[in-house]
Every structure is written in C-alpha cells, then in structure tokens.
Ligand binder design. Structure first.
Ligand code: ATP
Length: 228
C-alpha cells in the first residue's frame, strides 16, 4: 500500500455520485521515485481535485515525466492511483485511468463526434468556445486550437481517474486560453481528479495551481507562491 495523501479522508479507491450524476474521484495520484532520462527521481503526491503545475525550461523533461506517469516510456519507480499500481495494470488500462492529454491531440475517425463515448452537453462546447455543431465536423478541418480544446473535452468525457495535462492551452489565444483554463479548473475540482499540469505562463500557474513544482538542474524543485 503506497498512498499517503488523503485530504478527502480516504485511502481507498472509490467513487460516489455528484448531483450531476457523475463519478467523483477520491483517489490520489502518487509518484514514487519515478525516474526517466536526466531527471532525478520524482516522488510526489497529488490529492483528489488538486492541480500541481510543472514548469521548467524547454527540454528539461516535463513531457517525459508525464509520459512516464502515463506508462508510455520505460522508466524507474512506480506510480499509483489510489491503491492501483501502474505496474499491476496493462498500459492501456492504466492510461484510461491516468489520462495524458498531449498538446497535440490525435484524431483517427471520420468525424469528431465518433471519438466521444457519449455526446457532451452543448454547454460544454459553448464553455470551450466551440461551435454547437463541432461534433459533426470532419476531423480534417480542425484547426490546431480546435483540436486542443476538443482533445481536452474528449479526455474529460472518458471519465478518467487522474489527468496529465501537457500545456493544455499551448495553441490558444489569451482569451480562449483563460476560458479553457477556467473550464478545466472547475471540472477538476468538481470531479476530484488529481492533476499534473505542465505550464509555462506564470499568470496561468497563479490562477490554477494548488502547488507549483519546477524542473531545474535535473531536479523537481518546490516553488513557493511568491514566484508567481
Ligand atoms: N525517448 C527519448 N529518448 C531520449 N531522449 C528523449 C526522449 N524523448 C525526449 N528526449 C529528450 O529528453 C529531454 C526532455 O524532453 P521533454 O519533451 O520532456 O522536454 P520538455 O521539458 O517537455 O520541453 P518543452 O517545454 O520544449 O516541451 C529533451 O532533451 C528531449 O530531446
């Protein structure tokens, strides 16, 4: 048993329903000496509904760390979601729970809507600044920013247990970025997903992060609130 973070008062993996009928996660995400590339071992607990922002220079290892937590690259150490160990599950099963959303999403079906397990509410599309008929669009017409917003909506629609967000607003203008940021923050808090969020923008980190860690000199360092 590895989990030690328990602000919701639970060490167990379980869910209960919110008023909107969605499952609320009470599980924490725990990185236990996760090691990849040049980055020193990372140990970190992310509580249910908590956003931990990761920053660092280009090439410092932020994306690789997320990829290790998503079990997409060979790495040292272990990651846990509640009492489930990454190494105890096939990679694709783990990634349905601990969902990585890369800055550049991939689309393989003919239309956008075919990628969604169930149709998202129209209000969700509106909150992300997307057209009401966006689900009927051919994927070939999507702009980079539309792909990014729809990729986030797709991830959230798949009911993950934790989120790994790699620069989720990288392709968006400032106004759209703030809409997406607010939408994500609200969903994460509402649904209780422990979240690692890679960000460069100090303003964004100040707005969304419960805690902030920065990769510097090959180590993940704590950054105090005064940084932002
Ligand atoms: N599979 C791999 N094998 C070896 N080195 C890799 C591999 N993937 C990435 N790297 C290297 O690891 C370093 C960290 O890459 P990573 O993508 O994590 O950077 P990053 O901090 O996310 O940067 P950016 O902010 O530019 O996206 C880079 O030097 C990259 O070239």
């Amino acid at each position: 048993m590895a989990s030690t973070c328990q602000p919701a008062g639970s060490r167990h993996c379980h869910f209960f329903s919110t008023r909107r009928g969605k499952a609320l996660s009470e599980e924490c995400l725990r990185l236990d000496r996760v090691a990849i590339g040049e980055l020193a071992e990372v140990s970190l607990d992310v509580a249910p509904g908590e956003i931990v922002c990761l920053s660092g220079a280009s090439g410092s290892g932020k994306s690789r760390l997320l990829r290790a937590v998503a079990d997409l690259e060979p790495h040292g150490g272990e990651a846990w979601l509640g009492e489930r160990a990454q190494s105890s599950l096939p990679g694709h099963v783990w990634r349905r729970c601990v969902m990585l959303v890369p800055a550049e999403s991939h689309w393989w079906e003919e239309t956008v809507g075919e990628h969604f397990p169930q149709e998202p509410e129209a209000s969700e599309l509106e909150a992300l600044g997307l057209a009401p008929d966006a689900l009927a669009w051919q994927v070939g017409r999507l702009s980079t920013g539309e792909k990014q917003r729809l990729g986030l909506l797709r991830a959230v629609s798949r009911e993950p247990g934790a989120l790994l967000l790699d620069e989720p607003t990288a392709n968006l203008d400032d106004a759209t970025s703030e809409c997406v940021e607010a939408w994500l923050k609200a969903r994460i808090h509402e649904r209780g997903w422990p979240t690692l969020w890679v960000a460069h923008d100090r303003g964004q980190i100040a707005r969304v992060a419960g805690r902030h860690r920065r990769i510097a000199n090959g180590r993940l360092e704590e950054v105090d609130a005064a940084w932002t």
